[in-house]
Design a protein around this ligand. Structure first.
Ligand code: ATP
Ligand code: MG
Length: 757
């Protein structure tokens, strides 16, 4: 520890050297009216940190002078937070309420010195008489009461003979003091309220300014460290102790800047509002900036301590970027946790040329983490990959699986796409692929170049988990309150798939799900039969300004592929960056038209696309099909063109979707028709007629084709009959191929199933 680490260390060090104190005693004095937040963590680190740096002691004191707002559940939360951060308050927790008798006696003493009086003006009058910054105040006429009178009235106040607000006890200091706080501040007020510890013994309660300095004194505190907003209260602090002739080693107050973090509200009042209004799921909701929230989300104490250390102690208030806190947790977990594979939005991949199964022995940790351990990752011919790790129409720079681009399965083989299977709406439901036997990770002799490795799970062995994707609670940098809540701060994925070792081996509670982020087994809801994981933080700052984003990383296959992850997270988080107009569109698309999050997001953010989409919607009420074709096919054409330069119109796209929806053409044919529309601008119906592309749904035509394929593939037929039902897709695929994509997949599916029974 450096004795000069910050200005507080300098003060304490000097005070010890000069002999002002023999021992350093600090205190952390929260009011138990809410759960402690990250700002309190800073105060805890400072107070307990200084005590430990100078071999002193730090008290944990509940500043419980406001009976109406306090509760033991907050006391417990405060104790828990201090303990979790690794600090020790010694034998017992202190309470200001334990000193109520002593503080009362000090008040009597002040009255006897004619330094305090009972005032009986109402609140409004008192405010008026206080004066202004430029004008002296006027002392109340009741300040002339005799000491006897004051003692008598104060006793009656204590005995409950007056109503709330009827009288107060004030210090007699200076009604013209430049520091307005010194204009006869309140010392006691009447409160007929039940106190959670003192019960009904008291109906007068000391004010902060009176109770705090005296509690510090009673506890032999040397350095009373608080936040800057108490700077002006320091004069009262000193006045009380000096007037009562409480001498060294008496405490002195020192102030530091309070912690503020962007995208966060920190006042307990505002946090309480979130809890009581059920905007969050309690004080320990993982989105709350409370210690309990961070703990539940999966933050480590090391990351919080490190953060508090990094932000340091200063005298000037400033706003810390929440990205810095996120950096600290990412940095900590990066050095510690196992890497595993989880698929959040599964897309089935059938590997047609693979038979049987095998276990791929794979390390839990990357080379630069000094930990050892491996697990078996089962591999088979049916796996799931992340839906957006496949793209039929890839953008430039897309490094993952495409119809023409191979990809590595992390820890496994390289695969190549053979065929894309879609449902009748044109949604991709399965990829048929082949694997390259000599490309196994670690012993790859295939010579095939891939640009990235993607996560995957084997369908038979994968476990279902619930994943809670948490994002920032507020969408604004400087949120005021509930009106600034981020509507996408929590997304729950009920059926993500994870490799089995995570559930079976329980090597850790925190994991990096490769390419997704860091996750934590929820301490409350996790069950072996229904595992739940919370997202702690992403792998990159997804909220970073666009200009900062996407710098290339090392040539490690996985890391090179950061683009997707950034994009993926932006779907969740970047909604904040939408303009109001875009937000309105997004909501409409998502909630009214039933588009999925990603499609709604793409449309809402692109004015050309949304204009085109709206226009096509005006002639055909088929929002989902239209949206799908607009964000894929049309988007490609509009990338570097204006709408007016397109050969086809929004109306023609509606026509195309109409004949797709009603089954006239298959989705495969729809693509072909679209290509033609791009070139010629012809009507889709005309193209279909001219080229004879009408979908074949007639079983009489399809049946013989199926019979033919069955006859040619006796091996697969017997495998299918032996139980390998996954081969159904093979036969359907063959029929579609033979008909040039014109056969109606639904009909083909039914017929094939019938014939193979
Ligand atoms: P809030 O305004 O958030 O309700 P508070 O100051 O009323 O907080 P207390 O329980 O009275 O909360 O505070 C206990 C200690 O924690 C005090 O010493 C206070 O100065 C410190 N503290 C509170 N908020 C912060 C913060 N944001 N940064 C640093 N210290 C803080
Ligand atoms: Mg307070």
């Amino acid at each position: 520890m450096s004795e000069n680490k910050d200005f507080l260390h300098v003060i304490v060090n000097e005070d010890l050297k000069s002999g002002k104190y023999k021992e350093v005693i600090t205190r952390f004095p929260p009011e138990p009216n809410g759960f402690p937040h990250i700002g309190h963590a800073k105060s805890i680190c400072i107070n307990f940190g200084i005590a430990s740096d100078f071999n002193g002691h730090c008290n944990l004191r509940m500043d419980d002078t406001n009976p109406t707002k306090e509760d033991t559940k907050y006391v417990e939360a405060l104790k828990d937070a201090v303990q979790w951060l690794g600090f020790d308050w010694g034998e017992n927790v202190h309470f200001t309420s334990d000193y109520f008798d002593k503080i009362y006696d000090y008040a009597i003493e002040l009255i006897k010195m004619d330094k305090a009086y009972v005032d009986s003006v109402n609140e409004e009058q008192m405010r008026e008489n206080r004066g202004t910054v430029t004008q002296a105040g006027i002392r109340s006429k009741f300040a002339n009461r005799t000491i006897e009178e004051n003692l008598n009235l104060f006793e009656k106040m204590k005995n409950g003979e007056f109503k709330d607000g009827e009288h107060v006890l004030r210090a007699k200091i200076d009604m013209s003091a430049a520091n307005m706080k010194l204009r006869d501040p309140l010392l006691y007020r009447i409160r007929h309220a039940h106190h959670f510890r003192a019960g009904d013994k008291w109906c007068i309660y000391p004010m902060y300014d009176f109770a705090h300095c005296l509690s510090d004194y009673i506890e032999n505190v040397s350095h009373s460290i608080c936040t800057l907003e108490f700077e002006n209260n320091r004069d009262i602090y000193n006045w009380v102790l000096d007037t009562l002739k409480l001498e060294l080693p008496r405490p002195f107050q020192h102030e530091f800047a309070r912690l503020g973090i962007n995208y966060t509200v920190m006042s307990k009042r505002k946090l309480l509002e979130l809890v009581e209004g059920k905007y969050v799921d309690g004080w320990d909701d993982p989105r709350m900036p409370t210690i309990a929230g961070y703990k539940r989300k999966g933050y480590t104490k090391e990351s919080i301590l490190n953060f508090c250390d990094q932000i340091g102690v200063a005298k000037a208030n400033s706003m810390v970027d929440v990205a810095q806190l996120e950096f600290c947790i990412r940095d900590d977990l990066n050095k510690k946790v196992p890497r595993v594979m989880c698929v959040l939005d599964p897309l089935k991949v059938t590997i047609e040329n693979y038979e049987g199964s095998e276990d791929l022995v794979s390390p839990y940790y990357p080379h630069d983490v000094p930990k050892e351990g491996t697990r078996k990752v089962p591999f088979s011919n049916e796996i799931y990959i992340e839906r957006d790790d496949f793209s039929e129409n890839p953008e430039k720079g897309y490094f993952r699986l495409t119809p023409t681009q191979a990809v590595r399965l992390r820890h496994g083989y390289i695969i190549t796409c053979q065929e894309v299977i879609k449902d009748s709406k044109g949604n991709i439901v399965e990829i048929k692929a082949k694997y390259h036997p000599d490309s196994k990770s670690g012993s790859d002799t295939s010579g095939i170049k891939v640009k990235s490795a993607i996560q995957w799970v084997s369908s038979k062995e994968a476990r279902q988990i619930e994943v809670r994707l948490y994002d920032r609670l507020f969408k604004n940098e400087a949120p005021e309150g509930i009106e600034d809540l981020n509507p996408n701060s929590l997304r729950i994925i009920k059926n993500a798939l994870i490799e089995p070792a995570v559930i079976l081996e329980k090597i850790d509670k925190r994991f990096q799900f490769e390419r997704q982020g860091y996750f934590y087994a929820d301490p409350l809801d996790y069950r072996d039969e229904k595992p739940v994981f919370n997202k702690i933080v992403g792998l990159k700052d997804s909220w970073a300004k666009k200009t900062k984003a996407e710098e290339p990383k090392s040539n490690n296959e996985v890391k090179a592929e950061t683009k997707k992850q950034v994009k993926n997270e932006q779907v969740v988080g970047e909604v904040a960056a939408m303009s109001d107009k875009e937000k309105v569109l997004f909501d409409k698309y998502l909630k009214e038209l039933g588009l999925n999050n990603e499609v709604a997001n793409i449309l809402a953010r692109d004015e050309k696309l949304s204009t085109f989409y709206e226009e096509s919607l005006s002639t055909l009420n088929s929002p989902v099909s239209l949206a799908n074709i607009v964000v894929t096919e049309v988007a490609r054409e509009l990338k570097d063109k204006e709408i007016s330069k397109l050969k086809f119109t929004a109306g023609q796209i509606s026509q195309l979707v109409k004949i797709l929806d009603d089954g006239t053409i298959s989705s495969k044919i729809a693509k072909q028709v679209f290509e033609e529309m791009v070139k010629t601008g012809d009507n889709p119906t005309k193209i279909v007629e001219d080229k004879g592309l009408v979908q074949i749904s007639d079983p009489a035509i399809i049946s013989p084709i199926i019979d033919d394929i069955i006859a040619k593939n006796p091996d697969n037929v017997s495998k299918f009959k032996a139980g390998n039902t996954k081969l159904l897709g093979f036969f359907v695929g063959q029929v579609l191929k033979t008909t040039g994509g014109k056969a109606n997949p639904k009909v083909v599916n039914q017929l094939v199933a019938q014939k193979l029974k």
